[in-house]
Design a protein. Structure first.
Ligand SMILES: *Cc1c(COP(=O)(O)O)cnc(C)c1O
Length: 356
């Protein structure tokens, strides 16, 4: 640390992203919830044919018109109800920065970035403990005056609140904002987007990183009442008006327009998730009813989660282990391709034989 860093950041612990190995071809990478399938062929086509690479000398369209129109159309909302971010992380950062005068409140087990953003922006925050079955305690969220942040499906548990439960939290205090982070909603949960036309205190945030195979493109979007979108654009244009680069504008727009490919990818992931949940519970793991593109599995009578993580790593399979209270007996395992899921199950079977 240099002597120049503002003291308010000296105790900041950054978010730790999952490992990105260099020899990615040799590794079965089930640690960062990326999609195992490539982006839509329409994305690859749009990027490779349009003289787009030479256009990189030009700034991108700061209004992101084509992308925002395509997103709005796909969700049956108006473009004035949508804005875009450099990954949904950037939009979440804007929300913590702009909308938390009364503090923030979120479950104690959720997306780790929420706490980092609070510390970065000096936002007071309350963590509501998850119940014993890892579900969200919605009662405490209903009564709080602080801005509510909810990952739904939650990470890393995959457990999902119904739209009715989300609506109850929103409706409980119309003067208090609720931000629903639906990074994993496309894999089987019901989206709260339809509630954005009914409630002026709701922001729904989506990402193209998971269900649209565009993690490297860094594209997130927010859907909300027009006034909230204006506020988010105020933040966006005060920070980085060119937050979506030219190639990502093209990739995101082409992806949103190819609904057929999107539907087939998410159906394949849902089917592989069913396979993994059946196999792992058959092998004696406790699993949650995940609706995300990962499963949360652990509490095995014969092997601890940290040992299993290491033994999988020896076999070139990466999964995510969180050394934290209540999570340390579990692994978060991304649903990979059909072959990757089979290889994972085979590896776990052989490891279980080895330890018994
Ligand atoms: C992956 C993830 C994000 C971040 O997505 P990006 O769009 O890649 O920044 C946000 N929230 C949750 C819960 C996530 O799992």
């Amino acid at each position: 640390m240099s002597c120049f860093l503002d003291k308010k950041f000296s105790a900041l612990t950054p978010y730790t992203p999952g490992e990105q190995p260099r020899n990615a071809e040799k590794v079965i990478k089930l640690n960062t919830n990326e999609c195992p399938y490539p982006p839509s062929p329409a994305v690859i086509h749009a990027l490779s044919h349009d003289g787009e690479l030479s256009n990189l000398r030009l700034y991108p369209d700061p209004t992101c018109k084509s992308l925002i129109s395509a997103i709005a159309e796909s969700l049956s909302v108006s473009p004035e109800n949508v804005t875009v971010g450099n990954g949904s992380d950037e939009l979440l950062a804007f929300c913590f920065h702009a909308f938390c005068e009364n503090g923030a409140i979120f479950p104690d087990i959720t997306y780790g970035f929420y706490e980092v953003f609070c510390k970065m922006f000096g936002t007071a925050f309350t963590e509501v403990p998850l119940l014993d079955d890892f579900s969200v305690d919605t009662g405490a969220l209903c009564t709080s005056d602080a801005t509510v942040f909810l990952a739904n499906p939650n990470a890393p548990t995959g457990i999902t609140l119904s739209c009715d439960e989300i609506e109850r939290i929103i409706a409980a205090k119309p003067e208090r904002l609720v931000v629903v982070d639906e990074a994993y909603v496309d894999f089987g949960a019901e989206s709260a987007v339809r509630l954005t036309s009914k409630y002026k205190n709701l922001i729904v945030i989506h990402t193209m990183s998971k269900s649209r195979s565009l993690a490297g493109g860094r594209i997130g979007y927010a859907v909300a009442d027009k006034a909230l979108i204006e506020d988010l654009n105020l933040m966006r244009f005060s920070f980085n008006p060119y937050n979506i680069n030219r190639l990502s504008l093209i990739a995101g727009t082409a992806s949103v327009k190819d609904n057929e490919y999107f539907e087939s990818c998410r159906a394949r992931i849902a089917s592989s998730r069913r396979f993994l949940l059946d196999e792992l519970s058959g092998l004696g793991f406790y699993t949650t009813k995940s609706l995300a593109n990962f499963i949360f599995a652990g509490r095995h009578p014969k092997i601890s989660a940290d040992v299993l993580e290491k033994k999988l790593r020896e076999r070139n399979i990466l999964v995510r282990y969180f050394k934290k209270p209540r999570l340390s007996d579990f692994l978060r395992i991304t649903v990979g391709s059909e072959d990757e899921c089979k290889a994972l199950v085979a590896a776990i079977k052989s490891i279980l034989c080895e330890v018994s």
